[in-house]
Design a protein around this ligand. Structure first.
Ligand SMILES: [Zn+2]
Length: 173
């Protein structure tokens, strides 16, 4: 098995045929849809993806992901650390019929002529593994700060400032 850094796109058929492990430590900011559900973009994702053909000649990816990130506690609305880890198995196929014939434990990836984009695959898995609601353990919530969300001062100055209108337009899309 050869080891290589994690590229964004790969020739999956070639990699599975030659038995390659890709690995990388990717910043959370590489996965914007995942980062959007977090408190901020702190953290890295440790990615390992093994491309190989199994005993039944199925083209497979065995992947593990691990990351420590910050989410928002639903009780105190402050950051809280969580660890996310995942192990998943993908079967690479070229037709719907091949996808249906895969063993149940494999999720299918149907390839076309294009190279396989790895980052969306990783990102989807990270999102699935992120808990929907998060709470600090009892008694560990952070005290509220002096300025609460939604209490920004609404001065006349800002209303008269044309840039304030622009800002509103920008933030509404
Ligand atoms: Zn809390």
């Amino acid at each position: 098995m050869r080891r290589q850094p994690l590229p964004r796109q790969v020739d999956a058929r070639k990699l599975t045929s030659t038995d390659v492990e890709l690995s990388g430590i990717q910043p959370v900011s590489d996965f914007p849809r995942f980062a959007a559900g977090l408190c901020d973009e702190r953290g890295d994702v440790d990615v390992k993806m093994h491309f190989y053909r199994d005993d039944s000649s199925i083209h497979r990816i065995s992947a593990t992901l691990a990351t420590d990130v910050f989410v928002v506690c639903q009780r105190c609305l402050k950051a809280m650390p969580i660890s996310i880890s995942s192990q998943f198995e993908l079967g690479i196929v070229w037709t719907e019929a091949q996808a249906k014939a895969l063993p149940r434990e494999l999720d299918s990836v149907i390839l076309g002529e294009e190279p396989l984009d790895l980052f969306p695959l990783i990102e989807d898995e990270l999102i699935i593994e992120t808990p929907f609601t998060n709470y600090h353990p009892p008694g560990e919530c952070q005290p509220a700060g002096p300025v609460k969300y939604g209490e920004e001062p609404e001065g006349a100055e800002e209303r008269d400032n044309p840039f304030a209108v622009l800002k509103d337009l920008k933030s509404s899309d």
